[in-house]
Design a protein around this ligand. Structure first.
Ligand code: SAH
Length: 481
């Protein structure tokens, strides 16, 4: 196509990119149009031309999609958090189901009719807002030098001031405003990414939906060894203009009406690296305990700042419920739960299995998993620290371990081939694959199906409403010879 920058063309949007831009094709040549949604016919202004595609901005909607709705959030176009608020929730679910289906066909190499036969209806939310139990707000300065918190404008590190995101909990707003006032009153600076100067980098808030417990954690630009006091005493020698008066912060947070009494943990997390990674390795308790507790389907979990914990607890119960159903346990099975995090799925499974073994790379998460098992009086779950692709082969070769069922829940990049290879060697009757990226799921299913397994059931679960992401669960069973 001979497009050039600033050309304007009319195009109808038929799909989304993985970043949530609308895709429309002109004679097969794709345009990625930010802010356009499936079903819109728009005038698109070309912003950047590449050989096989071009980026464009939405100049004008000629015919709006029938699925267009008024976004709830005033910042949705500028904020990088949600990509699909302008699309009705029903249409979002259809898009997500199609995404899983298309990846299974295109990447997995499965026949469309087969995919239609094994796919079950996606599980959506009744109320797709306020679902996140965790918020991580970056802190920076506005043009006048006042500390602000909000969200990064899509793809950039400019902060859009906003203390109330509709995906997060109502309590976040009062907490963030209290932190900002405390910073102003005590001359505590916001971190500046360019100069690496300043103190407060992020505010992390976690809320247990069932327990009501809240954690507030300030990520500060201090070295781990700074020894800033749990008593809240000022340590100006090390801190300079830093976090003197932490007691005032604790008092102010605890005094927030209806919210303060639920704040059971106030922490500092130390991160003085020049990095995009939000949390540093170590945290220190300023008030209360170093964790919150929450329950999922009656099992209690202890969650510290660094632990991975599913962000949408309402949907997580449905996701794990589906995984448990697919696992088909009778009480006699030995089950391996790979990529187990703090042991959430493992403990779900342990109630219906003879023995569960969990494997996870983050040592702190394994500590949490062990504590969680003890907290619930669960004695048939054991946990190992390490990479799944190393722990599993090693145990298989040395100890000839066995599994009736293997559950995996890897990060977006999917399972390492060495891990899949060992799973196949272990020859469990069933494999349950929980995935947050259907493209790598499809790739891994292809491998497993070439090596003695068949896909029986697949189901999407919408854990991340208004974003392009979708979680899926898949049941594979060993082909009988
Ligand atoms: N099943 C858990 C966690 C899923 S997220 C839950 O539902 O809560 C994926 C987890 O895999 C993360 O905890 C991450 O730390 C872990 N992880 C990433 N790479 C890994 C690897 N190579 N081996 C084992 N665990 C890994």
């Amino acid at each position: 196509m001979n497009f050039k920058k600033n050309d304007e063309v009319q195009v109808t949007i038929t799909d989304y990119t993985s970043e949530g831009a609308g895709i429309g094709k002109i004679d097969g040549y794709p345009l990625f149009v930010k802010d356009a949604i499936i079903g819109d016919t728009v005038i698109a202004g070309i912003t950047k031309v590449k050989k096989n595609y071009a980026f464009a901005r939405l100049v004008k909607i000629v015919t709006p999609s029938e699925d267009r709705v008024e976004p709830k959030c005033a910042f949705h176009k500028r904020c990088g958090g949600c990509q699909m608020q302008a699309l009705s929730y029903e249409a979002q679910l259809i898009f997500k189901e199609n995404k899983i289906r298309n990846n299974l066909v295109r990447i997995g190499g499965f026949e469309p009719d087969f995919v239609d036969a094994v796919m079950e209806p996606i599980i959506g939310m009744d109320e797709p807002f306020r679902y996140r139990n965790k918020a991580q707000y970056p802190v920076g300065n506005d043009r006048d030098g006042n500390p602000v918190t909000g969200f990064y404008a899509g793809r950039t590190h400019d902060i859009i001031a906003n203390t109330d995101c509709y995906l997060g909990r109502e309590c976040n707003q009062a907490i963030l405003e209290t932190v900002l006032s405390w910073m102003k009153e005590n001359g505590v600076s916001a971190y500046d990414e360019t100069s690496c100067q300043g103190m407060v980098r992020h505010v992390l808030i976690r809320e247990g939906f069932h327990s009501g417990e809240i954690m507030v954690c300030l990520v500060v630009n201090l070295p781990v060894t700074s020894g800033f006091g749990g008593s809240g005493a000022s340590d100006t020698g090390v801190l300079g203009t830093g976090l003197a008066n932490a007691n005032c912060l604790v008092e102010a947070l605890r005094a927030i009406p209806e919210v303060g009494e639920r704040i059971v943990s106030i922490c500092l997390n130390y991160n003085n690296e020049n990095t995009n990674v939000i949390l540093g390795r170590e945290s220190k308790v300023l008030f209360g305990q170093g964790y919150i507790t929450d329950t999922l389907s009656g099992i209690a979990f202890r969650i510290s700042p660094l632990s991975f914990y599913q962000v949408n607890p309402v949907q997580t119960e449905k996701l794990y419920g589906t995984a448990l159903e697919y696992a088909g346990l009778t009480g006699e099975e030995t089950v391996w739960d790979l990529y187990c995090g703090i042991g959430t799925i493992s403990l779900f499974l342990s109630q219906k299995a003879k023995q569960v073994y969990g494997v996870e790379i983050v040592p702190q998460a394994i500590e949490d998993a062990k504590q969680n098992a003890a907290l619930n009086g669960i004695t048939n779950a054991q946990f190992f620290v390490g990479k799944a692709e190393e722990v599993l082969p090693e145990k298989y070769e040395k100890e000839n371990i066995y599994a009736d069922v293997i559950v995996v829940d890897p990060p977006r990049k999917g399972c390492d081939e060495k891990c899949l290879e060992t799973m196949v060697k272990m020859a469990p009757k069933r494999i349950v694959y929980v995935s947050c990226d259907s493209a790598t799921l499809a790739r891994d299913l292809k491998y497993l199906c070439e090596n003695g397994y068949e896909v029986k059931r697949v189901r999407g679960v919408d854990q991340f409403c208004h974003t392009v992401h979708v979680e899926s669960v898949c049941l594979l069973s060993k082909v009988q010879k």
